[in-house]
Design a protein around this ligand. Structure first.
Ligand code: COA
Length: 171
């Protein structure tokens, strides 16, 4: 039986520099490239939590509110918020920094879901998450309704069974 782990034991910080090959014709980081960076950072957090091979099962909505420029430093902090049986929800926060200008802005955040698998690709049980801070506890609690929403949207859960989500939406 996998032992519980504290959320911050599986926190990962990853840093990238935006290079010409990462950008569109306006010299801004391409959205798909950012999602790729985020996927890697979040996968590392999930691997650290589970000590297993993990695969991306889903990505919740990601907004691109402002451009990240060529030459910016992109920092991603990923943390497992909650695990279920074989799946783990990972919260990822992204900042962009223009070092010469001394400007650092928060640009994106997202929830990724990873599933731990064995050597044959079959889902395998992962340790529980023990949240410590108030933020960790809030995300742990709300993870249940986010899981229900993504499973309903993926056609893997009957909306009638999504009790926490329905309670939140008051429907
Ligand atoms: C993710 C995957 C392992 C699930 O396998 P499966 O045979 O459907 O397994 P199950 O139905 O037993 O589900 C396993 C877990 O995945 C979760 N899951 C499956 N689809 C999901 C989705 N769309 N969103 C969130 N979680 C999902 C289930 O809720 C379950 O979680 P739990 O064990 O914590 O309760 C399988 O679909 C897969 O290998 N997908 C491809 C992964 C991949 O290649 N990713 C990169 C894409 S480019």
């Amino acid at each position: 039986m996998p032992q519980p782990k504290f959320a911050r034991e599986s926190t990962t910080v990853m840093t990238e520099m935006v290079l010409p090959n990462d950008t569109n014709t306006l010299n801004n980081l391409m959205g798909g490239r950012l999602l790729h960076f985020m996927d890697i950072a979040a996968a590392i957090a999930a691997q650290k939590h589970s000590n297993r091979i993990v695969v991306t099962a889903s990505v919740d909505n990601v907004s691109f509110a402002q451009p990240i420029r060529l030459g910016n430093i992109v920092t991603m902090q990923a943390q497992v918020t909650r695990s279920f049986n074989s799946s783990m929800e990972v919260f990822i926060d992204v900042w962009a920094e223009d070092i010469p200008a001394g400007i650092r802005v928060s640009t994106n955040s997202a929830f990724y879901t990873f599933v731990a698998v064995d050597q044959s690709g079959r889902p395998i049980e992962v340790p529980a998450v023990v949240p410590e801070t108030d933020d960790e506890k809030d995300r742990y609690k709300s993870a249940l309704r986010r899981r229900q929403l993504r499973l309903v949207l993926a056609g893997r859960m009957n909306p009638a069974d999504a009790t926490e989500l329905r309670e939140f939406l008051m429907v």
